[in-house]
Design a protein. Structure first.
Length: 83
């Protein structure tokens, strides 16, 4: 975030996320802690799922792990159980 550009901030489940543009597409990238909070899971659970190659998908940049909000929403949708 540059200067006082607060218009690109969004709060979801108590997580403050900054929005960035990638060739005109708006995406949200969350750190591991914020992704866990968004999903209402523990950080440990997310780490175990990554270790076991289970969803949600994530982005790895160097040693940093990031989750795109759209991928987390897909994970939630795919976890839906219908009777």
């Amino acid at each position: 975030m540059h200067g006082k550009d607060y218009q690109n901030l969004k709060i979801v489940n108590g997580v403050i996320m900054s929005m960035y543009n990638d060739k005109g597409n708006s995406k949200n990238a969350l750190c591991e802690k914020d992704a866990a909070k968004y999903l209402e899971l523990s950080v440990h659970t997310l780490r175990q799922r990554r270790f076991r190659s289970l969803p949600p998908v994530y982005v790895k940049i160097g040693r940093s792990v990031r989750y795109l909000l759209s991928d987390l929403d897909t994970f939630i949708g795919d976890s839906r159980v219908e009777h």
